[in-house]
Design a protein around this ligand. Structure first.
Ligand SMILES: Nc1ncnc2c1ncn2[C@@H]1O[C@H](COP(=O)(O)OP(=O)(O)OP(=O)(O)O)[C@@H](O)[C@H]1O
Ligand SMILES: [Mg+2]
Length: 255
């Protein structure tokens, strides 16, 4: 069965897209066939892989509207075994139409259940708790919540946990989650202390692996590459590989 991983946080700019792409590439290195799905109308993941969103058709928006089969919206990437369903601004229009549909929170899950040939789906969510994020959470087995060690992070995390409880009750009782500390500046004492506070507050739910600040992560999208291709020896590359390994151990425990 294909494993489905959502990457979401209502807070913007916490490395959701970076994590989805880098983890996807690390899972490919483990031998997996990975499908990345861009669920953000701003299409940062699509752009990071070298596509120009406005000229793309079909996209994930057409899948939500029922205008195309999901397999027809799959695009290749420069990496073998790494595929993409892209997004663009039409996803905002599609989202506005969703609510009038029956089972509108389950459209993505139903569509993904039609797909063969992948080991993992990685769903990159917008920075909201919108219908699109709810679709991702209904379709996912594991939710990764990237969080920066900041004073406000704990509040955003509580919002996410409330959404998880609602989704578990409504349509996905099996949903599990893990928090991932990102953009950590280990030289900064306050950063270290806030990271420790998040670990204490959420204990087991926080990945041991943490992602430190690495400027090469800002550069790699300019070249349409994941960090694993752009800078394989970088610290960020090693940390995302460690995350993929920790995730593998975690999913074995779940099975
Ligand atoms: N570990 C890191 N070190 C340095 N820069 C990073 C790191 N992780 C992500 N970034 C940079 O931070 C910015 C925000 O990251 P990203 O786009 O992945 O966040 P996001 O949560 O998807 O944002 P949005 O909410 O807008 O979708 C990007 O410029 C990205 O390159
Ligand atoms: Mg993003």
């Amino acid at each position: 069965m294909t494993q489905s991983i959502a990457v979401a946080n209502a807070k913007g700019g916490v490395a959701k897209t970076t994590t989805a792409l880098s983890l996807g590439a690390a899972l490919v290195e483990q031998g997996k066939r990975v499908l990345l799905i861009d669920l953000d109308p701003h299409a940062n993941m699509t752009i990071s892989l070298g596509y120009k969103p406005s000229s793309l058709s079909p996209t994930i928006a057409d899948v939500f509207l029922g205008d195309c089969l999901i397999e027809d919206a799959i695009y290749g990437t420069p990496v073998d075994r790494l595929s993409l369903i892209p997004s663009n601004h039409t996803l905002t229009l599609a989202e506005n139409h969703l609510m009038v549909r029956d089972r509108y929170q389950l459209i993505l899950r139903d569509a993904l259940s039609q797909l063969d040939g992948f080991d993992v789906f990685v769903l990159d969510c917008p920075p909201t708790l919108s219908t699109l994020t709810q679709n991702a959470l209904a379709a996912a087995r594991i939710l990764i919540i990237p969080a920066q060690p900041e004073y406000y992070s704990a509040h955003a995390l509580r919002d996410m946990l409330n959404l998880i409880l609602a989704i578990r009750q409504r349509n996905n009782p099996e949903l599990r989650y893990r928090i991932l500390l990102t953009m950590l500046d280990t030289r900064n004492r306050i950063h270290r202390s806030l990271a420790k506070q998040i670990r204490t507050a959420f204990s087991q739910a926080v990945f041991e692996t943490q992602i430190e600040i690495d400027t090469r992560l800002r550069e790699s999208p300019l070249f349409g590459q994941s960090i694993l291709q752009y800078a394989p020896q970088s610290r960020a590359s090693k940390q995302y590989q460690a995350l993929a390994q920790e995730l593998r151990r975690y999913t074995h425990e779940l099975d």
